[in-house]
Design a protein around this ligand. Structure first.
Ligand code: MG
Ligand code: MG
Length: 255
């Protein structure tokens, strides 16, 4: 069952979303060769807590950190460690914050130093597919119109969407109904209603869509070892159109 949010709940989710946005903005600036993903995690935890919020990921089903940090062929759910970023890497940073009981969830991909044009394009296509999906988030559209917007954009350009992991409803819990796959048949699925809040998160692979979970129980990797990109926003369906709750204060999407 999808839990619809009132206007005041959406306002509260905007506040947690803003903390996530500002954390990711800062992390993007910190990304450079030599920094460890544990450094980024420590910063994020401090930033989120100093805003009076809680890092939602910490302890979630036993996850040991405040952000997910996934490098190159790691798709999502990478655990921060002493691993140093290297020139030419692409890192996916995923972050959640809970403020006054409401969760915000967003992710960005960032190039480390100078990256290849191929990786730039992979990120650009992922970013753009998320924007295409956001546009579909108006009352009356169907859920899989949103999914298909991602799939069509990505596959039409020769890339693959990950199928084993998907976006989700979000509110007082990080993962609520419905699941939001990055593929689907347009014109099908439940109709979007005012007050729905969804975390939409295209995971786009340069090669095969197939992925594996590593022995650590968390890190998801592409099966063929090719690169992957991930962007995510928390978005409310309102009568005035989609409202991105994890945008920066001035509305920038920090993609
Ligand atoms: Mg996330
Ligand atoms: Mg999410």
């Amino acid at each position: 069952m999808v839990i619809r949010k009132s206007r005041s709940e959406i306002e509260r989710m905007r506040r947690s979303g803003l903390i996530v946005a500002e954390t990711l903005r800062d992390l993007r600036r910190m990304v450079e060769p030599g920094i460890t993903t544990r450094d980024l995690d420590a910063y994020a935890e401090k930033k989120i807590r100093s805003a009076g919020a809680y890092p939602t990921f910490k302890g979630y089903r036993g996850f040991p950190a405040s952000i997910c940090a996934s490098i190159n062929d790691e798709v999502v759910h990478g655990i921060p460690s002493e691993r140093k970023l290297r020139e030419g890497d692409i890192i996916k940073l995923d972050c959640g914050a809970t403020l006054e009981g409401y969760v915000g969830d967003a992710a960005i991909s960032v190039g480390v130093g100078e990256i290849s044009p191929e990786l730039e394009r992979l990120m650009q296509i992922t970013r753009e597919s998320l924007l295409q999906a956001v546009e579909k988030m108006v009352p009356g559209n169907r859920l899989y119109d949103v999914s298909y917007a991602v799939q069509e954009y990505v596959e039409g350009r020769g890339y693959a969407v990950v199928r084993e992991f998907c976006g989700h409803g979000i509110g007082q819990r990080m993962h609520e109904d419905p699941q939001v796959p990055n593929y689907g048949r347009p014109g099908t699925g439940p109709r979007l209603k005012e007050g729905w809040v969804l975390a939409v998160e295209p995971m786009v692979n340069a090669g095969t869509h197939e992925v594996d979970v590593l022995a650590d129980g968390w890190t998801v990797k592409t099966r063929d070892g090719k690169a992957s990109s991930h962007f995510e926003h928390t978005i409310a369906v309102t009568e005035d159109g989609p409202q991105v709750l994890t945008a920066l204060e001035d509305g920038t999407l920090h993609l």
